[in-house]
Write a protein that binds this ligand. Structure first.
Ligand code: ADP
Ligand code: MG
Length: 662
């Protein structure tokens, strides 16, 4: 069933070669219980490893069921190891993080047999070696003798034709050793069992055939069948496969068994992702609250017009502009500071603004309660002012309606006091106005504005200054919104009228864009540094995990794992680490976002809002679900890519060396 011809295995030793085994020709038949004897270093293990298909760098040939293995691919060898051979090693080689029955079932699972059937068969096999009640224990909870019987159960579970045992009793006392050998003898009835030992007494007691090795050569063979004729049989087995679930289980166990290290690494790696989160949250937070704020008080079609030489714009010129088809409305920019007296008699600051030429301009981004003014003495006030007039301290969305009902149709006396001249006695009465509407939005909660008729405002301004102020700046509302047409119009204004047209909205937007660009550069810097650091860390952890698991990799290879399975395990392990680090980062980023926004709100935003009499509101950090999603996805993929190199290295490990390692 198994034969070798002129088998030699050389190892390079400096520039010379040493022959671990040399020119061995022999065969093995079903029913034989073969002992290979020899001093340490005589080549016993080497012979066994070749017969097992763990070592394929040979000269000569190995013939299995009449088929020369010379053309075996790596896959064929994996099939051979999984289906044909069962191994028993001196050090048991059980996988520590798997239960006893899981260790036994492992080779079956590589055959794609379902977990429940594999478990059933593993329990049966354990029953046979007398360990049925230990099936749920971990390898470190059973004795050496028991562990070796578990290893035998694992070797037998695929019902292989060949059992190879390398010094199976080496770590056991005589009594336990005898038990193990007796069991192997029993199973040799319908298969080949080859046991390597240097214990002559044991060999003489049980062997049906004895092979003696010395310096890699066979010096005696007690029952060599020289008339052996190899029957040729078809080998057709499915190639061994490791399910994704199984690879995942190994990866997960790798992480769980080193939980502290995994969490510590993920936490360090998460720092990079936290900074990415906070930075992007800030970019989005500032950007959206700035543009919200800006667009809530600067209509997009509102332009300012200056004289090119800083000259005043005469009223005639305004009329000229008014006649141009591009211009919807034009007026001087006038706003005045004034006061009003609240119900309880305290004086409050107020800004007087002109009502825009149409309702849509006033109410974009805000809610209008009541109506747009249609008489000179009618005004609209903002919700913050309304609340102050009625001495309410809190303004929120639910109270808008209530506040409006308190304020609607109130008459407000507005006046001007020149504080710079300490002339508090000398109030200038600007008139009494009737509240017909209220605008409300969160942004306006801290605001202080009254919107009144444009001419009324000019009159108020003239009352205060003797003439309306800021006449050098005019505000134009344009009907054009095509970028190209606006630039043409700008050129016409500059060349023919010596006027400069400037859009407040777009100048703020462009400074926001400048800010975004700078933030983006910082972001890219932070992101690349943190990615390099986290890449190195994850790579190191996976590499360490591989070093710690060399033996496990050897065992998996021995029972049929392919390179791709080993790569899979460690790539999945990296992926889990990547996922853990980004999840930790999400958690901390959200906590930090809350904290930072809270601090920003109480130390910067509120005082600034009060100082600037409203219209200043922003959320510093705005978490975005899609950013969180992208970063989590990225962290997984990135970790997998980083883990690929050490995983690939792991897959190329020499199984024999791996198994020999203690
Ligand atoms: P045994 O199992 O009988 O003690 P081995 O088969 O392990 O002997 O080793 C046979 C010879 O081959 C020894 O001289 C050993 O040093 C050499 N040898 C085994 N493995 C290697 C290796 N990986 N590299 C170099 N020499 C090796
Ligand atoms: Mg050996």
């Amino acid at each position: 069933m198994l034969s070798v011809k002129k088998l030699t295995r050389k190892y390079k030793n400096g520039s010379a070669y040493i022959k671990a085994i040399e020119d061995i020709t022999t065969n093995f038949n079903v029913g034989e219980f073969v002992f290979v004897l020899g001093a340490s270093g005589s080549g016993k293990s080497t012979l066994l490893n070749v017969l097992c298909g763990l070592d394929t760098k040979i000269e000569g040939s190995v013939v299995v069921d009449g088929i020369d293995t010379a053309n075996f691919s790596k896959k064929d060898w994996a099939i051979y190891r999984n289906h044909y051979v069962g191994f028993v090693f001196q050090e048991y080689n059980l996988i520590e993080h798997l239960k006893v029955w899981e260790n036994v079932a492992l080779p079956l699972q590589f055959q794609g047999i379902s977990k429940s059937i594999a478990k059933e068969r593993a329990l049966k096999e354990l029953e046979r070696v007398g360990l049925g009640k230990f099936s749920d224990k971990k390898p470190n909870q059973i004795s050496g003798g028991q562990a070796q019987r578990v290893a035998i159960a694992r070797a037998l579970i695929t019902n292989p034709k060949v059992i190879m045992a390398d010094e199976p009793t080496g770590a056991l006392d005589t009594e336990l050793g005898d038990k193990v050998i007796e069991y192997l003898k029993e199973v040799s009835k319908d298969r080949v069992v080859v046991v390597v030992t240097h214990d002559e007494e044991l060999a003489n007691k049980y062997a049906t055939r004895l092979i003696n090795l010395e310096d890699g050569k066979v010096i005696s063979d007690s029952n060599f069948d020289s008339n052996y004729i190899e029957e040729t049989k078809e080998i057709s087995f499915d190639r061994p496969k490791m399910s994704l679930g199984m690879m995942f289980k190994f990866a997960r166990n790798n992480i769980f068994s080193r939980m502290f290290r995994s969490i510590a690494t993920s936490t360090v790696v998460s720092i990079g992702y936290i900074s990415i989160f906070l930075l992007t949250f800030m970019i989005f937070g500032i950007n959206s609250s700035l543009s919200d704020t800006v667009s809530s008080f600067v209509p997009e079609d509102q332009y300012q017009i200056y004289g090119t030489e800083n000259v005043e714009i005469p009223e005639s010129k305004l009329d000229e502009l008014q006649d141009m088809s591009e211009v919807t409305d034009i007026r001087y920019a006038v706003s005045e500071n004034a006061q009003f007296t609240s119900r309880v008699g305290t004086t409050q600051q107020i800004t007087l603004n002109s009502v825009p030429y149409d309702e849509a301009l006033l109410t974009q981004n805000v809610e209008l309660f009541g109506r747009f003014p249609d008489a000179a003495n009618e005004i609209i006030i903002d919700v913050g002012t309304a609340a102050r007039i009625r001495d309410l301290n809190t303004v929120d969305e639910d109270s808008y309606e209530y506040i409006y009902n308190l304020i609607k149709n109130n008459e407000i006396d507005v006046f001007y006091i020149n504080y710079s001249e300490f002339d508090t006695e000398n109030k200038l009465d600007l008139g009494t106005f009737k509240v017909v509407g209220m605008i409300a939005s969160e942004t306006l909660a801290f605001s202080n504005s009254i919107y009144m008729d444009y001419d009324e405002l000019l009159t108020a301004s003239e009352t205060i200054h003797g003439e309306a102020t800021y006449r050098e700046v005019a505000i134009a509302y344009l009907s054009i919104d095509k970028e190209a047409d606006i630039s043409d119009f700008k050129i016409t204004l500059r060349d023919d009228h010596e006027l400069v047209l400037e859009n407040f909205f777009s100048s703020i937007t462009s400074s926001i864009e400048d800010f975004m660009f700078t933030a983006l550069k910082i972001f890219i810097g932070v992101a690349s540094v943190s990615l390099i650091v986290s890449g190195i860390l994850i790579g190191l952890v996976v590499y360490t995990s591989i070093i710690e698991r060399i033996k496990e990799i050897g065992i998996l290879t021995a029972v049929g794992a392919k390179q791709s399975n080993i790569i899979g395990i460690f790539v999945i392990e990296s992926a889990i680490l990547g996922l853990m680090s980004s999840l930790i980062a999400v958690l901390f980023s959200l906590i930090l976002t809350r904290g930072i926004n809270g601090l920003f709100n109480s130390f910067i935003e509120k005082p600034l809002s009060l100082l600037s009499s409203g219209l200043f509101e922003m959320t510093l950090l705005t978490p975005k679900l899609w950013i969180i999603g992208i970063v989590i996805g990225f962290s997984i993929i990135y970790a997998m890519i980083v883990g690929l190199l050490p995983a690939f290295k792991a897959s190329r490990l020499n199984a024999i060396k791996a198994l020999r390692r203690e």
